[in-house]
Write a protein that binds this ligand. Structure first.
Ligand code: CUA
Length: 194
């Protein structure tokens, strides 16, 4: 012991007492860790805030709400359910006071389903209860939501953004049918549930 050179902070201390230098070093590390966490959390808040502000719906795609019926993706003949080459399904809908067009769409169970919606007039909402589908439908933007229906059934989709006097009556339906039935029927591949 005698030949060791101790600086005062390194001097042996009674059991249970941590040398001041160790305390300082540990505290410094914790300050670095906590500052890093704080910066990461602040970055998450700022980034999600900016993303939320610039992405009014699930993605940013603009579309002219005044010419939807004249051409492009949301022309009437292109609405409803469309089977994609990869086996997935895309459903295109227009929301307008006070209806969804089409009123009812048929989709297969157990396959990826992509909903693409836009509004022809004011802000509407689109929600399928008990699924992850819940978005605003904002005029001028395309809202896109992806989901997968586990079971057959009938879903009602209410508009959940107040859009005027007829808001409470703005409903549409999604009919989920067996995959085979969907594949076998060309009649139900697009608009309607008939
Ligand atoms: Cu459309 Cu409320």
């Amino acid at each position: 012991m005698a030949n060791q050179t101790f600086s005062p902070p390194d001097a042996p201390v009674p059991d249970g007492i941590v040398p001041a230098e160790v305390v300082a070093r540990t505290e410094k590390r914790w300050i670095v860790v906590m500052t890093t966490m704080l910066l990461v959390m602040m970055a998450v808040i700022v980034v999600t805030g900016i993303m939320g502000a610039t992405h009014p719906s699930s993605n940013v795609e603009v579309v002219d709400p005044t010419t939807l019926h004249l051409g492009g993706e949301f022309v009437e003949s292109n609405l409803g359910t469309a089977a994609e080459p990869d086996g997935s399904v895309t459903v295109r809908l227009i929301a307008q006071q006070y209806e969804f067009i089409p009123h009812c769409v048929t989709v297969p169970a157990g396959m990826p389903v992509k909903f693409r919606l836009t509004s022809a007039d004011v802000v509407h909402g689109f929600m399928l209860p008990d699924t992850n589908v819940n978005t605003m439908v904002v005029p001028g933007f395309v809202a896109e939501v992806r989901t997968r229906f586990a079971n057959e059934g009938e879903y009602t989709m209410p508009c959940h953004e107040f859009c005027g006097l007829g808001h409470h009556a703005m409903w549409a339906h999604v009919r989920v049918v067996q995959r085979e039935r969907f594949a076998n029927s060309t009649a139900i591949k697009r608009v309607n549930c008939e």
